[in-house]
Write a protein that binds this ligand. Structure first.
Ligand code: HH2
Length: 387
């Protein structure tokens, strides 16, 4: 007999090993998916719920570790499903099994598309979002696309390089930036959005925290709202997104761009980012925003030190497990300078590498300045992951 390791972290590896040995491929795939190992943190947890949880977990073959107000359950997806259904002797508290069941089914949804105000964008492959900052002061491309004609030319170049979405922003959100007032932000972005929507034939996203800017951009042809405050800065933003049926990027940040560096303090960064994103997503869904319209973004560089950004990338599955497509925006950011020693104008190779790392961990949308470099790296990552 010979022992061969299967690539346990890749369900497709187990599925094809079983299918190659004669198992029905559909059953092989189901078995492989159910065999994936999952760890879930349950918090806050009542004392009264902890006792039956420990007992039920043991009966379901799930490891359970508990402490003051929390529990971690570890097991295969199939066994955690059994735990959520309460197959054991004592019955799980109703609230716990409902929450666990809801999380597990959301996790399995694996969204492969994103609904915007005007279409559905396929996400089976990596989706490149080209950055068009119509600002005089953005940290890496400030001033380059400030005139509408330059923005249009930049957009055409990005489209040729493989961009699938154009993200237009009129406010620099770099740490400590003093933003434009609303009238100035409107003046910057609306003509550019109108021209792009009419002439470039790619979906346009508006990067703004202001509901009036989002509303005007949507009226001018944008179909996605990318809000770095996670829809928290402007109370009307939720209504604007819902009423337009717009696609929306809910990004993680703490505080405001001017003060966010003071909030870069975490005990367990990936779990905290995912937890805070889940709260913002729940708020949006409760306000009537469609689930299929929501993309989540961990907000690389926003209220995060370099080590936080790397940890978030490595543990991105905390965010993908929330059941929405995930966008990342590593492009030319400080944490890449920390790893490579490169200045801001020499970070496109590092950006492409960060995109590949995120793709392997489950991200599908990549917000970048240099679309061509990221496109090429992600074409290889897509081929590996689709193998
Ligand atoms: N990063 C920036 C701006 N908007 N949106 C999303 N969804 N994700 C991001 O990571 C993100 C974002 C900041 O980068 P940039 O636009 O290059 O710079 P500036 O804010 O200085 O214009």
């Amino acid at each position: 007999m010979k022992v061969t390791a299967l690539a346990g972290e890749v369900p497709a590896a187990l599925a094809s090993a079983l299918a190659a040995r004669g198992l029905d491929p559909v059953r092989a795939e189901a078995l492989a998916a159910g065999g994936a190992q999952v760890a879930l943190l349950l918090e806050p947890l009542d004392e009264a719920d902890a006792v039956p949880l420990v007992r039920e977990a043991a009966a379901a073959g799930v490891d359970c570790h508990t402490g003051d107000g929390w529990a971690v359950v570890v097991g295969t997806l199939a066994r955690l499903g059994g735990l959520a259904r309460g197959a054991g002797p004592t019955r799980m508290p109703e609230r716990l099994s409902a929450e666990l069941g809801r999380f597990l089914s959301g996790r399995q949804e694996r969204p492969e598309a994103w609904r915007t105000a005007r279409r559905t964008i396929p996400l089976e492959r990596s989706c490149l979002v080209g950055i068009l900052n119509v600002t005089p002061d953005s940290f890496s491309d400030g001033g380059r696309h400030f005139a509408p004609a330059d923005a249009l030319a930049g957009a055409r170049t990005m489209r040729e390089a493989g961009a699938a979405i154009l993200d237009v922003g009129g406010e620099s959100t770099r740490p400590g930036a003093a933003g434009p007032d609303e009238a100035e932000e409107l003046r910057r972005v609306v003509p550019v959005v109108r021209a792009l929507a009419a002439e470039v034939a790619l979906p346009v996203s508006i990067d703004t925290r202001r509901s009036r800017v989002a509303e005007a951009a949507l009226a001018a042809g944008a179909e996605i709202v990318n809000d770095v405050s996670g829809l928290a800065h402007d109370a009307r933003m939720l209504d604007v997104v819902r009423d337009a049926g717009a696609g929306v990027v809910i990004m993680h940040m703490r505080g405001e761009p001017a003060t966010m560096d003071a909030h870069a303090s975490y005990g367990d960064v990936a779990a905290e980012v995912a937890g805070e994103l889940a709260e913002r997503r729940d708020r949006a869904v409760a306000a009537g925003v469609a689930r299929e319209a929501i993309v989540l973004d961990p907000g690389l560089g926003f209220a995060k030190r370099p080590e936080h950004n790397f940890a978030v990338l490595d543990r991105l599955s905390s965010v993908t497990a929330l059941g929405h497509p995930v966008m990342v925006g590593p492009s030319r950011k400080r944490f890449l300078g920390a790893a490579t020693g490169r200045p801001v104008d020499q970070r496109d190779a590092a950006t492409a590498a960060a995109c590949v790392a995120a793709r392997i961990r489950g991200a599908r949308l990549f917000r970048v300045h240099d679309v061509a470099a990221a496109r090429e790296a992600l074409a290889v990552a897509d081929a590996v992951l689709g193998a």
